[in-house]
Structures are given as structure tokens and as C-alpha cells.
Design a protein around this ligand. Structure first.
Ligand code: TXA
Ligand code: MG
Length: 335
């Protein structure tokens, strides 16, 4: 694995020899880790089923789980998906940005069936993070990229976390520092005239509803047994190894604490380890720090991570969704 460290405040990365090397690797069907504004992506050529198969192998991901294809622009996305009026409104309002649209797949789309898990819909996203857009444009390919983590672990928001999970499978890690949003994209399906929220994420629901001029039907599954019909919404999708206890009112002995806001929980001084997602109670800051915090608390040796209550408004909906999944029973483990 080679590492390419980028300073996004300078533009000389756009001509760097590494950019050519990353594109060559993608075109040769290899896997590369590329940052977006949400999380790091495990990227491959979305038109190649051989390349996409490597993604599933590297992640150990269930095959029924389809991938998001990343493209440089709405125009490029329209070659692969059919956008109704609502889809166009959302794309124009939020792209580039942390929003994925699931739309009917065009018959002439070159995105392979493995990337869409054989569905007749396709998940498309124009990320705000410039590196993924730049590389998709430079390769002239849609880039299939799930979050760059082992399946069932929390997503990665730094190049170091990517390297720990997936280094052995990668040709390249592109390191552009920590992701600014830190939580995955919001996914909205626009397939039958009724916009549905498939996954809360980096664009808050109320912002989407304001642009649509109506409410979004909530299609994300609650934390209950996994079903293939709800791809990617596996209840234990974001599980750390430690148990997770929600809405803690006090810290019990031996627990690690994921805190939020200025209020100090009773027992906090006795926590094995404490990370406060945002001492001032800022939900954007909390989202950006969530996955790194879960990873870090998981390595503290505590058997349980207790989580202070986090309000559900704005980005809090996505943060709570991920934490509830982290707390859900694991399908393949005895507990
Ligand atoms: O922020 C993000 O979305 C990150 C970055 C790398 O872009 N990607 C990401 O990918 O979170 P992943 O694979 O971890 O999650 C993609 C989700 C999965 O839950 C998958 O089931 C869903 O998108 N998805 C993809 N195609 C779909 C489709 N046609 N219909 C319904 N859900 C779909
Ligand atoms: Mg993921």
C-alpha cells in the first residue's frame, strides 16, 4: 500500500504524480481509499464487477448490500440514473454535498450489476470533498465507494483508521486529513414519486423537507433483526466490540463514557475513559468526532461504552441512528 498525503489548501495536488498513479490503480481494478467530506471511501471502478467484487471481499461485506457511485457532477450522474423533479431539486440544492440519491438506473448506465446488487435502482452522490470528485473526473469513471471500514465496524474518518482496517487490501490511501462532516451521507430514494429517507446523515431531514416543500417518508428500519430488503440498514452495522448502553444517566463502574454537552454525568470521574463529542453541545462538531470517538473508546478495554443523551434535532437524528445501531444486538455473536 502506498500513501499519498495531500494538503488541500494548496492546489499542486491536482498535478501530482500520485494522482496519475491512483487513477492507474483504479483503472487496473485495484482498491484505493479516498476521503470525502463525510467519511473515507473504499473506492473502485464502479463499471467493473471484478473491481467491485474486491470491495466486498476487503470489507467482508454481505453481497446484497449495494454501493454508492460517486461522480463529479449532476450531469455525470444523469447518465446513470433517471431524475424526477424532486430528485433534481435535491441534487441542485445539496450537490456537491453529503446527500446520496437512489434513483431508477438507466438501462444504458455502465455501472455494473454488482455495484447495484442487481437492483434496478442506483445510488449516486456528488461529494463535496474535492478529492473524490477530482479523481472520478480524472479517471472518467464512476467510483463505487462504501465507507472504508471492515463490515460491521464503525466508518473511518482518518487515513490511519483506514490503514488499520483495510491497509492490506489497498493499493493507495489518499490522506487529506480528518473528514469535516464525519457521518455518512443522508440517503433519499426517489423511485416511485414519493421521496423516502433511507438513512439519516450529513444533510438534516428538515433541510431536505424545506427544499421538497413536503415531509419525507421515513423508510429507515428501526434497530431490529436484519433483512436483505433494507440494504445497508443492518441494525448492528456500526457495532464496536464493546457493548453500548444508551441514554445513560450515570456512569457505572468499569464503563467508558461517550459524553455530550456541558452537563457532567454522575460517576463520570470514575469512567475508564471519557470522550466528550462536543462540550459546548454543538451537533456538527459531535458528528465530525463520532466515529473516531467510538473507535477510540472501543480500544480502552472497557466492556461497555455508556452514552449520554444526545438531542435528536438536526444532525442529532443521524448521530442517534448510528449510536442505536452500535447498541443493537449482533446477529452473529452469542450476546
Ligand atoms: O457518506 C457516504 O455515503 C459514504 C461515502 C464514502 O460516500 N459511503 C457510504 O457507503 O456510507 P456505504 O456503502 O457504507 O453505505 C451505502 C448505503 C448502504 O446502506 C446501501 O445499502 C445503500 O447505501 N444503497 C446503495 N444503493 C442502494 C439502492 N439502490 N437502494 C437502496 N439502498 C442503497
Ligand atoms: Mg458503511
Amino acid at each position: 500500500m502506498r500513501k499519498w498525503t495531500l494538503n488541500l489548501t494548496q492546489d499542486d495536488w491536482q498535478d501530482a504524480a500520485e494522482a496519475d498513479a491512483v487513477c492507474d490503480a483504479i483503472k487496473a481494478g485495484e482498491l484505493v481509499a479516498i476521503p470525502t467530506e463525510t467519511v473515507y471511501g473504499l473506492a473502485a471502478d464502479a463499471t467493473s464487477s471484478a473491481a467491485c467484487a474486491k470491495i466486498f471481499t476487503a470489507k467482508g461485506r454481505p453481497q446484497f448490500n449495494p454501493l454508492i457511485s460517486h461522480l463529479p457532477s449532476l450531469e455525470a450522474c444523469m447518465e446513470h440514473g433517471i431524475f424526477d423533479e424532486d430528485a433534481l431539486k435535491l441534487a441542485r440544492a445539496f450537490w456537491p454535498g453529503p446527500l446520496t440519491l437512489v434513483v431508477p438506473k438507466r438501462p444504458q448506465s455502465t455501472i455494473c450489476d454488482l455495484a447495484t446488487a442487481g437492483l434496478d435502482t442506483v445510488a449516486l452522490r456528488v461529494p463535496a470533498g474535492p478529492v473524490m470528485r477530482f479523481l472520478a473526473e480524472k479517471c472518467s469513471l464512476p467510483l463505487a465507494a462504501p465507507s472504508a471500514n471492515i463490515s460491521g465496524k464503525v466508518s473511518t474518518t482518518t487515513a490511519d483508521a483506514v490503514t488499520i482496517d483495510l491497509g492490506a487490501s489497498l493499493s493507495f490511501v489518499v490522506d487529506a486529513g480528518p473528514c469535516s462532516v464525519g457521518i455518512e451521507s443522508t440517503i433519499v430514494a426517489l423511485v416511485d414519486g414519493t421521496p423516502r429517507l433511507l438513512r439519516p446523515g450529513g444533510v438534516p431531514r428538515k433541510d431536505l423537507e424545506a427544499v421538497l416543500g413536503r415531509g419525507l417518508i421515513d423508510a429507515s428500519t428501526p434497530a431490529k433483526p436484519d433483512t436483505p430488503q433494507a440494504p445497508g440498514m443492518l441494525s448492528s452495522h456500526y457495532a464496536p466490540s464493546a457493548a453500548v448502553r444508551l441514554n445513560a444517566l450515570a456512569v457505572k463502574e468499569g464503563e467508558a463514557l461517550l459524553a455530550f454537552g456541558p452537563h457532567k454525568l454522575p460517576g463520570a470521574d470514575g469512567a475508564v475513559c471519557e470522550i466528550n463529542l462536543s462540550p459546548s453541545g454543538d451537533l456538527e462538531e459531535a458528528a465530525a468526532r463520532l466515529f473516531a470517538a467510538l473507535r477510540s473508546l472501543d480500544t480502552s478495554g472497557a466492556e461497555t461504552i455508556c452514552v449520554q443523551t444526545i438531542p435528536k434535532e438536526g444532525l442529532g437524528e443521524a448521530i442517534n441512528d448510528r449510536i442505536e445501531r452500535a447498541a443493537a444486538p449482533r446477529p452473529n455473536t452469542p450476546s
